[in-house]
Design a protein around this ligand. Sequence first.
Ligand code: KIV
Length: 259
Amino acid sequence: MSLPVGGNQRERITAEAIRAWKGHRKIAALTAYDYPMARLLDEAGVPVLLVGDSVGMVVLGYPDTTWVTMEDMVHHVGAVARARPSGLLVADLPYASYRTPEEALANARRLLEAGAGAVKAEGGRAIGVVVEALVGAGIPFLGHLGMLPQHIREEGRYRIKGRTEEEHQGLIEDARYLAGAGAFGVVLELVVPAVAAEITRAVSIPTIGIGSGPDCDGQILVTHDLVGTYPWFTPRFVKPRVNAAEQMRAAVIEWQRSL
Ligand code: KIV
């Protein structure tokens, strides 16, 4: 059987292009973990596809993202890359894969070899040496600030960030740091909306919000939350646009009855 090959005639979107969209057009980003989802998102014109370590929770059944390995990420990045999306393919560096600059570089290169066009890691000044090593090696880097899911073991729960003055100032400093260090953008996860808006005004790179209010340069969602394919938990800030799980259940029940 010959499989249809993904890919399209549109130009590949680069990290530099995404950076230049700040102030000109909203950036839509969604997670993709496999070939069909990547093709569907590409056909819908999504400019940034994230192979997020959220794959661990919504696909692999882990309790949190700290269980995701480099092998998991390489496997899923490869599947998404085979769809040859024209959107920028960003891959998460998973938990404990960037403890030193050397480790980060080796693992980022594995993700690029698997087909990623950029990598993302969680933290600001705290991972400064890693960010500088990646950017210095010419690897497009997307920052991630606010609620950092890879820190769930220390923090114990997922909570909104930027409520105290210390957190507020820390987030602004971290975002400024990432912009100065050469990140092409920064994800703001569960940041107080007014703080996310302030960061968006304060930095020259795009902010891509998730649960951080409407005033970021773009928005990112876990696709399963948007289309209802992980119905057992939906974050409060997401309004699913379709209940795909319900439609699948109904189709499967209807098929069994028809036998
Ligand atoms: O892993 C992921 O899906 C993410 C997004 C929530 C930004 O990091």
